[in-house]
Design a protein around this ligand. Sequence first.
Ligand code: FMN
Length: 213
Amino acid sequence: MLLHLDASARRSSFSREVGDTVAAAWRKANPESAYVHRDLTLDPPPPIGEAWTELCDYVLEHQITDPGRYAEAVRTPEQAKAWALVKPLLDELVAADAVLIAAPMYNFSVPAVLKAWIDQVTFPRMSLAGTKFVVAYARGGAYGPGKPREPFDHHERYLRDFFAGHFAVEDAVFVGSEMVNALIDPALAGRRDEHEESRAAALAAAARIGSAL
Ligand SMILES: Cc1cc2nc3c(=O)[nH]c(=O)nc-3n(C[C@H](O)[C@H](O)[C@H](O)COP(=O)(O)O)c2cc1C
């Protein structure tokens, strides 16, 4: 099963374009497999509350590592409410063979809806080793190796550290368009070619990544 998450606040979006290209290629190559699409902006997960932290503490204290046993942590009506919210998100994550996350860079990091999803589904010492992760991104500027803004990238760097540190996934694939702001910001008009090149390369790579996933 492919789980495809969207996190851009806008419909006409470069991260959605790259993500949709990965998904279309994957669906063509895997016509028999299930495909689940969740638009985090249409149905945003709420920030975690106190009852969620109680579930998490119980799981840690009792050394529960199998998500199939997390429900044992539910002891109060508030915790049941928190668990009812987490369960469908977690079920589809755990069932996925591959997870595709389309995520713009917002303020050097990930959109709040994606961070809220991460906070809801992540429990101590869980492992998704073997699940493939692809991030389809878009950024207003350029953050590649050697670029002046490289140290400000808390988007790819954060997600790589998160996948490795919390999901035991070291080989996430990143593909995306940069310099999108050149289309809007008159001060960056001279860099539109850079954006077009980045976008074309991202779409070509996205199709390859989707068929090989
Ligand atoms: C709230 C917000 C914050 C943004 N912050 C940054 C940023 O820190 N760095 C950057 O390069 N671009 C930033 N951008 C530009 C987006 O990354 C760019 O428009 C990208 O294309 C958005 O993805 P989308 O096309 O999938 O919506 C920001 C855009 C928004 C709406």
